[in-house]
Design a protein around this ligand. Structure first.
Ligand code: SF4
Ligand code: SF4
Length: 434
């Protein structure tokens, strides 16, 4: 077993396939039905505060915080609550509030703010009420992540890496909302009491880097830096290392090395909430792969993948694979009925014939170990998981694995290493809950 936990220098270089990077954000026409999952975030479900038959307005709160790690939920449009029931969800199923829009877009009146006149506590409360969660895919409620009153971080790091192949939603956000993003950074600086903010962007997005650098030329507290394009550069611990050379040890959090990381989409959502008074009801999603018109789309939360595919002029053939998120860390979906949630940054649809999923035995080449950004031993983790010896895999730092997929990507025997790792984690978690 290797006890060292260093480097963060590894990773892989998959083909980028960022075919939508030059496509401007387009607005999805309002679907006829919105499926608003009560779990938009890590933690427990939010609790409905509307009932079937209620008429709701755009931006109205429809579900409240239901536990310590939780978030609020708002209606993306005006309409009628037609059901509160179990519905498809990116992982399994989840209770959801179903709204049929009335196409009137009647909105509640919301309060704009000058963030400079707000206290740190007031900003955090607005972010909490607006239902903001990490929009890079992690979906941790933002008001909890930024509320560290006893640990003022030195660095607020804004993640503009978007290292997954295919995805371009963050790239377009940086190009099309740069001012809003930067105000979001200023608000987050005030809320976190961080000394400085660094926006980290991979060097395959130099247009966004130059644009932000130009806007920030007279700014002393916010800088923008290019980092090398590799996968998974956008993983929190790797980005912290790339920008500050600080290593977050196993079992520790970024705040333990005086850093806090937020995604560019989260910073923009913070601007919308604090400056404009708008809760989080929509997000940018890249729809790509074998659709006829891959694009970046501003979607209401609760639109389905089918709404996105239809807006992209359908697919080039029969759908064989659907992924939510990017192809490296994304999750396979059974069908297109799954709704967009706050963390959905991409939907990739493939029509190619399914590849052979058979795998062969480990040839001990060590490639998986060479690429693991956290210096783990994926081959051992998978071996003990396959044997059902889940507890032993914990000795190999099972829970430090961020499931980035680099090991599976390089394995010449095509062993589904990440799936074995996920199996061991879920089995151990299940046993602990008993
Ligand atoms: S999935 Fe886990 S074990 Fe595999 S390379 Fe990524 S961090 Fe390492
Ligand atoms: S990359 Fe695959 S074949 Fe090579 S050591 Fe790792 S698990 Fe074994």
């Amino acid at each position: 077993m290797r006890s060292e936990f260093r480097t963060f220098k590894r990773g892989v270089y998959p083909k980028e396939f960022k075919i939508t990077s030059r496509k401007k954000i387009e607005i999805l026409p309002l679907p006829s039905r919105l499926v608003l999952s009560l779990k938009q975030h890590i933690g427990c479900n939010s609790v409905p505060i509307v009932k079937v038959g209620d008429l709701v307005k755009k931006y109205q709160k429809i579900a409240d915080i239901g536990g310590k790690v939780c978030s609020t939920l708002h209606s993306p449009t005006s309409g009628k609550v037609v059901a509160i029931e179990s519905a498809p969800y990116p992982v399994d199923v989840c209770d959801a509030i179903i709204i049929e829009p009335d196409n009137k877009e009647e909105s509640i009146i919301f309060k704009k703010n000058d963030y400079k006149s707000l206290t740190r506590e007031e900003i955090i409360e607005i972010i909490k009420e607006a239902g903001i969660v990490g929009m890079g895919g992690a979906t941790f409620p933002t008001h909890i992540k930024i509320d560290n009153p006893d640990k003022n971080p030195e660095f607020l790091i804004i993640n503009g890496c978007e290292c997954e192949p295919y995805l371009t939603s963050d790239h377009r956000l940086m190009l099309e909302y740069p001012e809003e993003l930067i105000i979001g950074c200023r608000i987050l600086l005030k809320a976190t009491k961080a000394k400085r903010c660094i926006i980290g962007i991979e060097d395959n997005k130099k247009d966004a880097y130059k644009l932000l650098k130009n806007i920030l030329k007279n700014e002393s507290h916010i800088i923008v830096r290019l980092v090398k394009t590799k996968y998974p550069q956008g993983a929190e611990k790797l980005l912290i290392y790339a920008l500050t050379k600080r290593e977050v040890p196993i079992g520790k959090l970024p705040i333990d090395v005086s850093c806090i990381v937020q995604n560019v989409g989260t910073a923009k959502a913070v601007y919308d909430a604090v400056s404009l008074g708008k809760p989080l009801v929509e997000r940018i999603v890249t729809i790509s792969g074998d659709v006829n018109n891959p694009r970046n789309v501003l979607c209401p939360i609760g639109a389905t993948y089918k709404d996105l595919v239809d807006f992209s002029k359908g697919t080039k053939g029969e759908v064989n694979k659907i992924i939510t998120g990017g192809p490296m860390m994304g999750i396979s979906q059974k069908n297109l009925d799954v709704p967009i949630i706050k963390g959905t940054n991409g939907v990739i649809v493939w029509t190619n014939p399914l590849t052979n999923n058979d795998y062969s035995h480990c040839i001990r080449c060590g490639k998986c170990i060479d690429v693991c950004p956290y210096n783990l031993m994926p081959t051992q983790l998978a071996k003990y998981s396959a044997m059902g010896k889940y507890a032993i895999s914990e000795d190999y730092h099972l829970f430090a694995c961020m499931e980035c997929g680099c090991c599976s990507y390089v394995c010449p025997s095509k062993i589904p290493l990440v799936q074995f790792i996920r199996l061991a984690k879920s089995e151990l978690n299940r046993r602990r809950k008993k």
